[in-house]
Write a protein that binds this ligand. Structure first.
Ligand SMILES: Cc1cc2nc3c(=O)[nH]c(=O)nc-3n(C[C@H](O)[C@H](O)[C@H](O)COP(=O)(O)O)c2cc1C
Length: 394
């Protein structure tokens, strides 16, 4: 019998004929591997130690000692939102009083030249502190800018005990409040929810609402335009980029905004380090992605609110920040998502146009906030109470 000539090569290796389908599968697999490689590498790395403090929990009742009470109140304050999560605050404790100071090393002078968003962030921290004090059954009093010539002391809060607990529902929302940058589902707010949110704001601050879809669309286009021009502005973008956090750097530093939290889709998410680097050729793509995201964010929202103060000034912006925080806490309690959007207010021409469309001429715009419905994101990072507090002994 004639032996059939073997087709196997003498080496013993098996050859696989590569047809077009197989070629595409191999190509696709290689591309996916290349794209996922940084993540796979990260997954293989042993987990880094996290900061020891878990800030997103608070004691439910006032602690026994004055010192522990002060620490709990500051623990509530640091959960506040802040411009780029810069946390521009310091606290000084003396007996039953706490001074809230501006940490001006954490200012963003290019995008916040008059410091209004730093003051609003401090106002939000102050409001958290007061909500916790009231919920603990304390009676707090506030002195705004108590020392002439010492503008960095924003407020002094003193308290006495023995009051009935108040603000318990807002207190419950403190650790659950988030800035939600996800796409919302387009549903508008129920009128009763809108009324409850508006009721949180004192008379010295005004809320202007727009929730009509046709009226929201041109505002979304203005946000697109403002975002694009701000990302392409090298100085503004360099400042923002300094507060963006890549990899584990947010956990190590306890501040800034993680790229994941920016909810950028597609390439912008994967290549954020290049897309938002002010010195990169790719910045043009980052500007386009961020602008699209700002536009879609407003289009998907249920309502847009412009929060204004009667005049410009540090005390007004602190009170405005307090009002915003009460709005955000009430929204959280009602299961409503919210996100401040200030980039449109950073561009003078667009800010003026927004004020006109909200019918708020003659008022000072502080924050634009979108509200709606979406799944809550994870919490952001914070610097621990111990890092931002000092104690005075009398
Ligand atoms: C005054 C102020 C301005 C802000 N501006 C924006 C903004 O334009 N866009 C945005 O996505 N978040 C904005 N934020 C939200 C912060 O980025 C956010 O509070 C911070 O990253 C911490 O995250 P958290 O609010 O989820 O705790 C702003 C917050 C404050 C207090």
């Amino acid at each position: 019998m004639r032996r059939q000539a073997s087709r196997e090569p003498p080496t013993g290796f098996t050859t696989v004929g590569i047809d077009r389908r197989r070629f595409l599968i191999v190509l696709g697999g290689t591309a996916a591997y290349m794209a996922l490689r940084p993540r796979l590498a990260a997954a293989r790395k042993p987990p880094r130690a996290r900061p020891p403090l878990q800030p997103w929990t608070l004691p439910d009742r006032a602690p026994e000692s004055a010192l522990e009470t002060a620490r709990a109140l500051i623990g509530a304050a640091i959960l506040a939102p802040s411009h780029w999560n810069s946390q521009p605050w310091r606290f000084e404790v003396e007996d039953t009083s706490i001074r809230l100071l501006a940490d001006t090393r954490r200012a963003l002078p290019v995008t916040d030249p008059d410091g209004r968003w730093m003051m609003a962030s401090l106002g939000a921290a102050l409001e958290n502190l007061l909500v916790a004090a009231r919920a603990y059954g304390l009676r707090p009093t506030v002195d705004y800018f108590p020392f002439e010539g010492a503008g960095d002391v924003v407020a002094q809060v003193s308290w006495t005990g023995g009051d009935a607990p108040r603000d318990r529902s807002l207190f419950g929302a403190l650790p659950r409040r988030r800035t939600n940058r996800r796409g919302y589902d387009g549903r508008t707010l129920f009128p009763q929810n809108r009324a409850q949110i508006s009721a949180q704001v004192p008379e010295s601050v005004r809320l202007h609402w727009i929730d009509d879809r046709d009226a929201l669309r041109p505002l979304a286009d203005l946000a697109y335009e403002a975002t694009k021009s701000q990302v392409l502005d090298a100085r503004a973008e360099a400042e923002r980029y300094g507060w963006m956090r890549f990899g584990d750097s947010a956990l190590e530093r306890g501040d800034g905004v993680m790229v994941d939290a920016l909810e950028m889709g597609g390439f912008a998410h994967w290549f954020a380090g290049r897309y938002f680097d002010p010195n990169s050729w790719f910045l043009r793509f980052g500007a386009e992605s961020a602008a699209h995201q700002a536009r879609d964010a407003i289009r998907s929202g249920g309502s847009l609110v412009l929060l204004t103060t009667p005049v410009a000034g540090n005390p007004q912006w602190v009170v405005g920040g307090q009002a915003y925080e009460r709005l955000a806490l009430k929204a959280t309690q009602l299961g409503i998502a919210q996100q401040p959007l200030i980039v449109p207010l950073e561009v003078p021409r667009i800010r003026d146009e927004l004020v006109r469309r909200f019918d708020a001429q003659g008022e000072e715009p502080l924050l634009l906030v979108r509200l709606g419905h979406a799944k809550a994101p994870p919490p952001s990072v914070r610097r621990a109470v111990a890092l931002v507090t000092s104690y005075r002994t009398s």
